[in-house]
Design a protein around this ligand. Structure first.
Ligand code: IPM
Ligand code: MG
Length: 357
C-alpha cells in the first residue's frame, strides 16, 4: 500500500510525540511492506512564528492532497495573549471546519496494566470500554453571532449555540455505525430539559435510530452523564454528544484510563481524516523527553484502521502498546510504584521493538 500522510507536529510536546508516532509508522512500513510518504506542515504557534498565521493555506492544501493527517498538539503560553484570530487553537478549529471533520471519535479503553494508575477504584473501572463520538464542526464553537461588546455601559460577551437537523442526523449515523461493530449500545447526551438545540438533537437522534433497529438507544442529561461516568463507567458503550459537551466528557472519560496521555482520536467525515492525541501541547514538559507518546501512537493505529483499512497492522500497534505496558514500562504520567520509568524516546523504541518481535 502506498499512502501520503501530512504530518503536523504543532507545538510543545506535539513535536516529540509525533516523532514517536512517525517512527512507529516507519516500522509498520518495514514489517508489512507498505510505503508511507510523509509531508511536514505547519499549524498553531509554530505556524504563527514562521508565517504569521495559525493555519497557513499551504497546510490545508497539503492535507487535502493527502490520504490522512497526523497532528500533535497546538498552543502554548507564548501565544496566549494573541488576539482571538491569531491564537494557535484557531488552527485546530480551522482544520476541522475546512476539512469537514464533523465526527470526532475518542475511545477510552482501560488497559489492564494501568488500572492502578487511575484515580478510580479497580472495581469501578475494570473492563470499561467507551467510545465518545463528539460532533466537531457545529454548536457553540462555531455559532454566530459571537463576540465581546458593550451593553448597558459594561462589557458583554455572546456565543451562539445552533444545530441543524442534518448536522445531528449525520453524527447520529456515525455513532450508530460505530456501535454496530461494538456492543450495539448508544447513549445520546444532551440538555433537553433546558435547551432547544438539545430538544431538536434528541428528536433527530430518535428518528435516525429507526434505521438501526439492532441498536439500543438511551438518552442522558449531560450533568447526569458527568456523574455516571465516574459512578459506573461500564454502563456505557458509545456516547454521542454535541461539540462542547463532548469536549468536556471526553476529558473526563480520558481520566478513567489513568492519563489523558493515553487517549487517541480520529476526526472523520471529510474526504481526508485527521488523527491526533486528545491531550494538549503540555508546555511545562515540552522538550524534556517526558511526554507519553502512546496517545499519538494509538492515533496512528486508528489511522491505519479507519483511513487505510489496515486492520492487521492496527492490531499489531495496539498489541505492542499493551505488551510494553504489561512489561512494566511507563512514562511519568502513568507510573506507579515498581514500574520502569522511561522517556518519550524509550517508550517509542519499546513499542517499535514489540511490533517487530
Ligand atoms: C480538544 C481541545 C480543543 C477543543 C481546543 C484546543 C480547541 O480541547 O480537542 O478537545 O476544545 O476542541
Ligand atoms: Mg478538549
Amino acid at each position: 500500500m502506498n499512502k501520503t500522510i501530512t504530518v503536523i507536529p504543532g507545538d510543545g510536546i506535539g513535536q516529540e510525540v509525533v516523532a514517536g508516532a512517525v517512527n512507529v509508522l516507519e516500522i509498520v512500513e518495514k514489517k508489512f511492506h507498505h510505503q508511507f510518504h510523509f509531508t511536514n506542515a505547519l499549524a498553531g504557534g509554530s505556524a504563527l512564528d514562521a508565517v504569521g498565521v495559525p493555519l497557513p493555506e499551504e497546510t490545508l492544501k497539503s492535507c487535502r492532497a493527502s490520504d490522512a493527517v497526523l497532528l500533535g498538539a497546538v498552543g502554548g503560553p507564548k501565544w496566549d495573549n494573541n488576539p482571538p484570530h491569531l491564537k494557535p487553537e484557531q488552527a485546530l478549529l480551522g482544520l476541522r471546519k475546512n476539512l469537514g471533520l464533523y465526527a470526532n471519535i475518542r475511545p477510552a479503553k482501560i488497559y489492564s496494566a494501568l488500572i492502578n494508575a487511575s484515580t478510580l477504584k479497580r472495581e469501578i473501572i475494570e473492563g470499561a470500554d467507551i467510545v465518545v463520538v463528539r460532533e466537531l464542526t457545529g454548536g457553540i464553537y462555531f455559532g454566530t453571532p459571537r463576540g465581546i461588546g458593550t451593553k448597558n455601559g459594561e462589557q458583554s460577551a455572546t456565543n451562539t449555540l445552533t444545530y441543524s437537523e442534518s448536522e445531528v442526523r449525520r453524527i447520529a449515523k456515525s455513532a450508530f455505525d460505530i456501535a454496530r461493530k461494538r456492543r450495539k449500545k448508544v447513549c445520546s447526551v444532551d440538555k433537553a430539559n433546558i435547551l432547544e438545540t438539545s430538544q431538536l438533537w434528541r428528536k433527530t437522534i430518535v428518528d435516525a435510530a429507526k434505521e438501526y433497529p439492532d441498536i439500543s438507544l438511551s438518552h442522558m442529561y449531560v450533568d447526569n452523564c458527568a456523574m455516571q461516568l465516574i459512578r459506573n463507567p461500564r454502563q456505557f458503550d458509545v456516547i454521542v454528544t454535541e461539540n462542547m459537551f463532548g469536549d468536556i466528557l471526553s476529558d473526563e472519560a480520558a481520566m478513567l484510563t489513568g492519563s489523558i496521555g493515553m487517549l487517541a482520536s480520529a476526526s472523520l467525515g471529510g474526504t481526508v481524516a485527521l488523527y491526533e492525541p486528545v491531550h494538549g501541547s503540555a508546555p511545562d514538559i515540552a522538550g524534556q523527553n517526558k511526554a507519553n507518546p502512546i496517545a499519538t501512537i494509538a492515533s496512528v493505529a486508528m489511522m491505519l484502521r479507519f483511513s487505510f483499512d489496515l486492520q492487521h497492522e492496527a492490531d499489531a500497534i495496539e498489541a505492542a502498546i499493551e505488551k510494553v505496558l504489561d512489561n512494566g514500562f511507563r512514562t511519568s504520567d502513568i507510573a506507579t510504584e515498581g514500574n520502569a520509568l522511561v522517556g518519550t524516546k524509550e517508550m517509542t523504541e519499546k513499542i517499535c521493538a514489540a511490533i517487530l518481535s
